[in-house]
Design a protein around this ligand. Structure first.
Ligand code: PGA
Length: 231
């Protein structure tokens, strides 16, 4: 099993935090495999309400039953394909946080927005919708991922300058609004073992949110190895 290979490899790289967010259906099996290790388990989305009738949704307590500690929220496919709007994803993040699940909150522009030079404006709006409803002093418990939609699964990656600019923008918006930084800022979108070292070396890039390259043990483990050399 992929998770088993990753867990065994990650054991030798204790300076790297390895987190896995499989589909809900794989969570029970992955949970058993990584039990007792430092690898963290999370979901790809979550429902924010602790109680109520929400047929088909998975709650934080259901995730926590299997040892889940974090959830992606507002991944670009949730926003753009599944229609999750700013106010909804912000509510999910607040709900997750209140229930002890770390939100890994994604922001990022579409190709059209990038072409219109709106990247930083989009980041500011998406983050502001979150910060507006987040309890005071809690941003330091939230992880932000910068994921330009057009870079996800396409093999296209922004320049290092563009990544640096977007991460600086995230930090600035957070500092100005709350006086604090998020727990970490990750970059996601077509990360591979070939480009990860350079991306990780950029200022304020604290890690990666990896899709395709996490699906094979060979590339996932190479990414862990590269991250272990980050200074
Ligand atoms: P990718 O996916 O690494 O395959 O581009 C990233 C993501 O889905 O967040």
């Amino acid at each position: 099993m992929l998770a088993e290979k990753v867990k065994n490899f990650a054991m030798n790289y204790s300076n790297v935090e390895t987190w896995i967010a499989p589909s809900f259906l794989a969570i029970p099996a992955v949970s058993r495999v990584i039990a007792g290790s430092a690898v963290k388990l999370g979901s790809q989305t979550i429902h924010g309400e602790p109680k109520g009738a929400f047929t088909g949704e998975v709650s934080c307590s259901m995730l926590k039953e299997f040892g889940g500690t974090f959830s992606l929220i507002a991944h670009s496919e949730r926003r753009w394909v599944l229609g999750e709007i700013d106010s909804l994803v912000a509510k999910k993040a607040v709900g997750a946080l209140a229930q002890g699940v770390t939100p890994l909150f994604c922001v990022g522009e579409s190709l059209e927005e990038r072409e219109r030079n709106l990247t930083h404006e989009v980041i500011r709006l998406q983050l502001s919708a979150l910060i507006e409803v987040l309890p005071k002093n809690s941003l330091s418990q939230v992880i932000i991922a910068y994921e330009p939609c057009w870079a996800i699964g396409t093999g296209k990656v922004p320049t290092i300058e563009a990544i640096t600019g977007a991460h600086a923008c995230i930090k600035k918006v957070c500092m100005e609004a709350t006086g604090s930084s998020p727990n970490a800022i990750l970059y996601g979108g077509s990360v591979t073992p070939e480009n990860f070292e350079e991306i990780l070396a950029a200022p304020d890039v604290h890690g990666g949110l990896i899709g395709g390259a996490s699906l094979k043990a060979e590339t996932f483990t190479r990414l862990i190895e590269i991250a272990s050399k980050r200074h």
